[in-house]
Ligand binder design. Structure first.
Ligand code: TYM
Length: 329
């Protein structure tokens, strides 16, 4: 059976990009494959977090994962830091990945530049070695399929290289994973700056559609979405990124091909309205369900600890195999 693993950082608010690029695939994958999903709080602390906020965001993220339709009786849902094998394997992998490989990661370069630009001189070593921890997340569970958005492609490629190098040095320990990137909405762009991806860290409140925004706020954000000055609706990322982004969001939420959808529109207004309505329809039930789950924290914590126990059982076996192969007593 195919094994699936994916993760999301419990920072900021989960947005439409996370949902369409990754989370939606998780819900369908859980029925077809043996699936593991986690809130990656150890990744979150590669930049400084307020402890109180981190704790509440982690709980909210877990509630969101259940609210989108992940069933803890079908898949394994857990919080990364509660499974200590992630940090243990991460160290072993850090000792096999090279400085040069990590230095080439565009996400590190982007995040380090962003921090520098905002006047923060302190760039943690953890931000640099982040991809080794991500490789550990995946390899611990023998995952062959990793549903992610397009921005994680390079990290997945590095994970494969790390696993292949480890296997050639120490024997066949790790499964070589593959990224599962959706055909539509793999990179949802910011509504105000359609040349950059929608992101928790972009600080573009008008361009980012939060999964828990009020319907009226979502309507306004779509209405004000940046398009261009002609009124020609075409699916053409190079020339019409704003319009293509709207078509891609509408396509992903309605299950239609964005290119074919373009023929139905001759003005931007109706396209913006329909995209907003489709998004609101898709996410309203998630909003209701998450509020319910957060109303019973004891039950949520129970689900989280059962998930951690299930994850530990699998992860412990992989770490034991890797340590044995490397020659630890
Ligand atoms: P994170 O928390 O930034 O994002 C979670 C998932 O959402 C996807 N995503 C997007 N997809 C489409 N359009 C966007 N604008 C957009 N923004 C984000 C991401 O690709 C991701 O799939 N490093 C990872 C978390 C991670 C992980 C892992 C993922 C840690 N360990 C192991 C898979 C397997 C991250 O920061 O995702």
């Amino acid at each position: 059976m195919t094994r699936v693993l994916s993760g999301i950082q419990p920072t900021g608010d989960i947005h439409l990009g996370n949902y369409l690029g990754a989370l939606r695939q998780w819900t369908s994958d859980q029925h077809a494959h043996d699936s593991f999903y986690c809130a990656v709080d150890l990744h979150a602390v590669t930049v400084q977090q307020d402890p109180k906020q981190l704790r509440s965001k982690t709980l909210e993220t877990m509630a969101t994962l259940i609210a989108i339709g992940l069933d803890p009786n079908i898949c394994t849902l857990f919080v990364q830091s509660q499974v200590h094998q992630h940090t243990e394997l991460s160290w072993l992998l850090e000792c096999t990945v090279s400085y040069g490989e990590l230095k080439r990661m565009t996400q590190f370069k982007d995040k380090a530049t962003k921090q520098g630009d905002s006047g923060q001189e302190h760039i943690s070593a953890g931000l640099f070695t982040y991809p080794a921890l991500m490789a550990a997340d995946i390899l611990l569970y023998d995952a062959n399929r990793v549903p992610v958005g397009d921005d994680q492609r390079q990290h997945l490629e590095l994970t494969r290289n790390i696993a292949e190098r480890f296997n050639s040095r120490y024997g066949n320990i790790f499964t070589i994973p593959e990224a599962a990137i959706p055909a539509v909405a793999a990179r949802v762009m910011d509504l105000q700056s359609p040349n950059v991806k929608m992101s928790k860290s972009l600080n573009s409140p008008q361009g980012t559609v939060g999964l828990f925004d009020e319907p009226s706020t979502i309507g306004k954000k779509f209405k004000r979405a940046v398009t261009d000055s002609d009124n020609d609706v075409r699916y053409d990322w190079a020339k019409k990124p704003g319009v293509s982004n709207l078509l891609s969001i509408l396509g992903a939420t309605t299950g239609k091909d964005p290119e074919i959808l373009a023929d139905d529109y001759h003005q931007y207004g109706p396209l913006k309205n329909d995209a907003a309505d489709a998004v609101i329809t898709a996410i309203s039930p998630i909003q209701v369900k998450r509020a319910e789950l957060l109303g019973d924290k004891a039950e949520l914590n129970r689900i989280i600890s059962v998930g951690a126990e299930k994850a530990r059982q699998v992860a412990a076996k992989t770490v034991a195999k890797a340590k044995e192969a490397m020659g630890f007593l």
